[in-house]
Design a protein around this ligand. Structure first.
Ligand SMILES: *Cc1c(COP(=O)(O)O)cnc(C)c1O
Length: 373
């Protein structure tokens, strides 16, 4: 008789396990680029852009060098810049805010919805001023923001909508892919994202040919034709090597997202009646892709230490809201400015989540959580 042993260690993400499963295809795809030496805006970039746009149900995708660049260039391509206010959620990753700031616009953070952790539409409405130019909702943790009321609000005030979909490749809102709702949407291919490159990368998707055209110039020295520079552009291109990796991985994305969903469902089922633990809430409109599986607990720091002593890697996304970051002290916010998001920042824990996680590990994590609370 064998006695089932709990896993000795549970990683937070395991990129090596993913590579092991697809290494042959990846190695071949990279070797093809090396042999052709078309490293800059090569054929795989163009093909990836076509495939990724189709995947996102948009007309165009423009590959760039990171998600941060995708956000900044999307704003610039939509004409957002100095003097313009851009409203976003206060509980996002710093890159959302940096994209706004580096586009030259003014960051206006707002509080979040207490159920979904996503931007609070009523708070957005209260933050609109005559200088507001854009709304930048974040599909945080892979959970779509509530787009219909945001789009309605944007129409009413004639605002640009840029989605931060860096954590939400493949998520759907009312059956449509995220990234297809705003004027443009930014994706990151940082290695740990649901669709990750083997280095930095990003893309902007849009169905507006003018915005796509602006983006292609902005990422490539402001030129349409070599050595003829129409605007002050940047060097922010997606590498052909990364595009080749992404083309292989895009074919697996739906299967990986389905595996994440199965893990999330198992977590939520097993944690359902655990007092002191609040699993995430999925609204009817949402088909999330579980970039992160985030629970709320009373004694967060105690639980983190407990999990760590059981060799379980957990995370906090994010411990310090944007408006309380040192880098943004000049905006003049303080503790109490956005109470919901501040309170959550002290109670959230992200449990291990990646496609290759197995059921025993999920059970082991839940056992450890239960033995603590
Ligand atoms: C990862 C991420 C980004 C930025 O992506 P990089 O590729 O790391 O620059 C932007 N927004 C959110 C919400 C992210 O999680």
């Amino acid at each position: 008789m064998t006695i089932k042993q709990p896993p000795t260690r549970v990683a937070f993400v395991d990129l090596a396990a993913q590579y092991a499963a697809i290494s042959e295809e990846i190695d071949q795809a990279m070797a093809r680029v090396l042999q052709k030496c078309d490293f800059i805006l090569g054929q795989d970039v163009q093909l990836f852009e076509e495939e990724f746009a189709a995947y996102c149900e948009t007309d165009y995708a423009v590959g760039v060098d990171s998600g941060t660049s995708a956000l900044e260039l999307a704003l610039r391509a939509c004409g957002v810049g100095p003097g313009d206010e851009v409203i976003t959620a206060a509980n996002t990753f710093i890159a959302t805010a940096l994209g706004i700031t580096h586009a030259g616009a003014t960051l206006v953070p707002v509080d979040i919805d207490p159920q979904t952790y996503n931007i609070d539409v009523a708070a957005v409405e209260r933050a609109v001023t005559p200088r507001t130019k854009a709304i930048l909702p974040v599909h945080l943790y892979g959970q779509p923001a509530d787009m219909d009321p945001l789009i309605a609000l944007a129409r009413k005030h004639d605002l640009v909508v840029i989605e931060d979909a860096a954590q939400a490749h493949g998520a759907r809102y009312k059956s449509k892919r995220v990234g297809s709702f705003g004027h443009a949407a930014a994706f990151s291919f940082y290695p740990g994202k649901n669709l990750g490159a083997y280095g930095d990368g990003g893309a902007v998707v849009t169905s507006d040919p003018q915005i796509a055209d602006n983006l292609r110039m902005l990422r490539n020295y402001g030129q349409r034709r070599k050595y003829h520079h129409e605007l002050l552009g940047f060097n922010r291109r997606l590498d052909t090597l990364q595009a080749a990796v992404l083309r292989v991985k895009l074919r697996y994305l739906d299967a990986w997202n389905a595996a994440r969903r199965a893990h999330a469902e198992q977590y939520s089922r097993l944690l359902a009646d655990t007092s002191g633990v609040m699993p995430p809430i999925v609204p009817d409109y949402a088909e999330p892709v579980w970039h992160l599986y985030v629970v709320r607990v009373d004694d967060r720091d105690g639980l983190m230490a407990h999990l760590s002593s059981h060799n379980i890697a957990a995370g906090i996304h994010y411990p310090v809201p944007i408006h309380l970051q040192q880098a943004y002290h000049q905006l003049g916010y303080s503790r109490g400015s956005f109470p919901i998001c501040e309170e959550y920042a002290e109670h959230i824990v992200s449990l291990p989540m990646f496609a290759e996680l197995d059921q025993d590990s999920v059970e082991h994590v839940v056992e450890s959580v239960r033995s603590f609370v």
